[in-house]
Design a protein around this ligand. Structure first.
Ligand SMILES: Nc1ncnc2c1ncn2[C@@H]1O[C@H](COP(=O)(O)OP(=O)(O)OP(=O)(O)O)[C@@H](O)[C@H]1O
Ligand SMILES: [Mg+2]
Length: 230
């Protein structure tokens, strides 16, 4: 459903991404990992039209979306959960969720509350007063409100306790199964590779490894560099 080919992108004259090839299938969870500054956020932003793409193609559901506006890309069904979550901190959880529905205009929140029951208990709470984990659940749920075909999630577990990360990650397979493919960036490489079917390793703006997540988990280079083994 998403097919990126030979993508080069960056900021002004500074090129950050070089010849990126990446594929995401229907109902699939794909993880993108790599060191700080390797270009993970830039790649997510290039997909959603927030970063200038220099060359290559980004094919989404059969059409090249490279160079299209953010609004155009989001309206085609890609949701972006940014680093830092970016909720409206002064609004309630319910209001944050309803704002996520601008694409479909369907403000029924049942499907996202079912995924994250903790949000259901807090619909009238001010979003900024929730814990970091609850805010991340709210940010993902807001992204899912528009029933996207693909959701990209940046730094899913940043700053969260492992037990909360587990709670969120456990829901990803049912999100993918219900028709929203997932591209996730996470510092917690172990957690990301344990839930994804395929993964890509980005270093200095270039993909250096890719394959089935289980194979990468067992790869000595991944174990040494990212899992502290060996
Ligand atoms: N707005 C910008 N203008 C110029 N350079 C930028 C901008 N944003 C990011 N960069 C540069 O692009 C490179 C990749 O940054 P990016 O944020 O994509 O990395 P990352 O892999 O997401 O890192 P982290 O793990 O720290 O989030 C870095 O060298 C960074 O300094
Ligand atoms: Mg980043």
């Amino acid at each position: 459903m998403l097919e990126i080919s030979k993508l080069c992108a960056g900021y002004g004259r500074i090129q950050v991404l070089w010849d990126i090839d990446l594929h995401i299938g229907e109902n699939e969870i794909v993880a993108l990992v790599g060191p700080n500054g390797s270009g993970k956020t830039t790649l997510l932003r290039a997909i959603t039209g927030m970063v200038h793409t220099k060359s290559g193609t980004v094919n989404f559901l059969g059409e090249d979306i490279k160079g299209k506006s953010i609004e155009e890309i989001v309206s085609r069904g890609i949701a972006h959960v940014p680093e830092g979550r970016r909720l409206f901190p002064g609004l309630t959880v319910r209001a944050n969720l309803e704002l996520g529905a601008w694409r479909t205009k369907d403000t029924n929140i049942d499907h996202v509350v079912e995924l994250f029951p903790r949000l259901g208990e807090r619909l009238n709470q001010i979003a900024g007063s929730m814990s970091g984990g609850e805010q991340q659940m709210c940010a993902i749920a807001r992204g899912l409100m528009s029933k996207p075909h693909l959701i990209v999630i940046d730094e899913l577990s940043l700053g969260l306790a492992p037990v909360v990360v587990d709670e969120i990650i456990q829901q990803l397979p049912s999100i993918a199964a219900s028709g929203t493919s997932i591209l996730m960036v996470d510092q917690d490489v172990d957690a990301a590779l344990s839930i994804a079917s395929h993964a890509y390793v980005l270093e200095a703006g270039q993909l250096v490894l890719s394959g089935k997540a289980a194979d990468l988990l067992a790869d000595p280079r991944v174990q040494e560099s990212y899992l502290g083994v060996g």
